[in-house]
Write a protein that binds this ligand. Structure first.
Ligand code: CS2
Length: 494
């Protein structure tokens, strides 16, 4: 099967449905190393970067992407000279854009030296990350879990780091010993205050090194590295074989690096760069001194409702978010969550009209072109719940309010964890780094027992929520209503 690559670009013609990369972006010099080159990065930051390079003519911001564990993205992109398509599906049409911003893909598992060399290269001025919530290996108190085998191995031996924080910190160490040039670490994961979080984890790593070594590195980082916070948003479901076939119809060649997404994209970034940056504002990114309100808004409104819909939808047997929000009862839960529970907890985020922002998100969910699977979003719930739903629960409780809808969201997660099967009998996979711990409720149907057991997972619920007896009672009642073996919400489809 013929694949997309540079040789085939010349034979392609731009059209209504196809946009090709500017000649220069395929020749861009590497200026960014990105750790965790999954679909999201390729549809979001890489697209902004290519647009910024084209708008300014500064082609020194090409991307060297590093995979995490699986070498798949490398296998997909290297034979394609880093080229891949971004299939943008709006409710009205699909358009394919071929992106040339990714200039190199490394698999650090077998190319550790190349990654180290890139991180020490003065031409590289930004190291960005999308390694997912669990990729940071944080313990229950939010600090680096130095007992995790990968982190412990990276502390003992810096030659071929395996964890994201190990790769980053050992890379910074190599840079300190080499060119010594300043660099920016830009976290693009869905975590509140993500810049400060990563800075803290890097410092935890330094603190766990032998004292002199750790102090020297932490001192250098303090002087030469910045960690701006950023809020990222674009819905990017996993690519399917059907998507690849559709793109092939447009391209005439196969693109195994294809990503599928929506028209909408947003990026709000703290402007604190140690060594320059692409002019991302020319591509629509917003720069501000205070990203936190935007992050809270996005994590609580979008990701909070997304997770809630994912669990409720999966339990009811819906395959995608679009199908889930087509069920008026489930859409009402998301709307209630946004309006009644989340918005009252939010500080203003610039000029954003929060109610309109929430409505726009509900409209994005309805996009039938995005087949975003509920069980994909359901993954890693233990890592997502705190920032997506539990902040809202806490803030509402301390304001003396009852967070009815957010409690349904938490109950939906519990029901999902406890249920082996959806209302229609299909399997509900439990894909979570805490799966071994959560397993204890698998198959239980008594809401009280499930709540009692799961509330003891302190990494998720902390010490305060399990103590709140009235919230606990509301949670048990909400769980009774969403368990597939019980009735009402979860059986909306039956
Ligand atoms: C989703 C996010 O998979 C998930 O957990 O909620 O990936 C979501 O699609 C993005 O954050 C949207 O920006």
């Amino acid at each position: 099967m013929t694949r997309l690559d540079r040789a085939h670009l010349g034979g392609l013609a731009e059209s209504e449905t196809l946009r090709l990369p500017a000649r220069h972006s395929v020749d861009a010099a590497v200026g960014i190393v990105h750790l965790g080159i999954g679909a999201f990065h390729r549809a979001h930051q890489a697209a902004y970067t290519e647009d910024a390079m084209i708008a300014t003519g500064d082609f020194t911001w090409g991307i060297c992407g590093a995979t995490q564990r699986s070498p798949r993205v490398r296998e997909d992109l290297v034979p394609q000279d880093g080229l891949y398509g971004i299939l943008v599906r709006s409710p009205q049409r699909a358009q394919l854009r071929v992106s040339g911003a990714v200039r190199e893909v490394l698999s650090p598992t077998d190319q550790a030296d190349l990654l180290t060399a890139r991180l020490a290269d003065p031409a590289v001025r930004i190291v960005s990350l999308t390694v997912t919530e669990k990729g940071y290996r944080r313990g229950g108190d939010g600090t680096l879990d130095v007992t995790h085998p990968d982190v412990a191995a990276d502390l003992a031996d810096g030659s071929a780091p395996r964890s994201a924080v190990g790769r980053l910190t050992r890379g910074l160490q190599g840079r300190m010993r080499g060119c010594g040039a300043p660099v920016t670490v830009l976290c693009c994961d869905n975590l509140p205050n993500n810049g400060a979080v990563v800075r803290g984890l890097v410092h935890d790593f330094c603190a766990a090194l032998p004292t002199a070594e750790g102090d020297e590195l932490a001192g250098w980082i303090g002087q030469h590295v910045t960690f701006p916070t950023s809020m990222v948003d674009r819905i990017v479901p996993a690519t399917t074989a059907g998507d690849i076939a559709e793109a092939q119809g447009i391209l005439g060649v196969q693109d195994r690096g294809l990503v599928v997404t929506e028209d909408f994209r947003q990026w709000v970034i703290e402007d604190d760069f140690a060594a320059g940056r692409p002019a991302w504002e020319s591509a629509g990114a917003e720069f501000t001194d205070d990203v936190e309100p935007y992050e809270h808004m996005k994590l609580r409104i979008l990701n909070g409702s997304h997770s809630t819909l994912a669990y409720l939808g999966a339990l009811a047997g819906y395959e995608t978010i679009a199908q889930t929000v087509a069920d008026p009862r489930l859409a009402e839960v998301a709307r209630g969550l946004i309006r009644e529970d989340v918005i009252p907890t939010l500080a203003p985020a610039g000029q954003t009209d929060l109610a309109a922002y929430g409505d726009q998100i509900m409209a994005r969910y309805e996009n039938p072109g995005l087949r975003h699977r509920t069980i994909q979003i359901a993954m890693d719930g233990s890592q997502k719940l705190p920032q997506r739903l539990l902040g809202t629960v806490r803030d509402r409780l301390s304001a003396g309010a009852r967070p009815t809808w957010a409690t349904v969201g938490v109950a939906a997660w519990m029901a999902y964890v406890a249920s082996e099967r959806a209302a229609d009998g299909r399997e509900l996979p439990l894909d979570d780094p805490l799966a071994d711990r959560l397993q204890s409720v698998r198959g239980l149907t008594d809401p009280d027992r499930i709540v009692t057991d799961l509330l003891t997972v302190r990494d998720v619920f902390g010490d305060d929520l399990p103590e709140n007896t009235s919230w606990r009672a509301d949670l048990v009642a909400a769980l009774a209503s969403v368990l597939p073996s019980k009735n009402t919400v979860g059986k909306a489809r039956a």
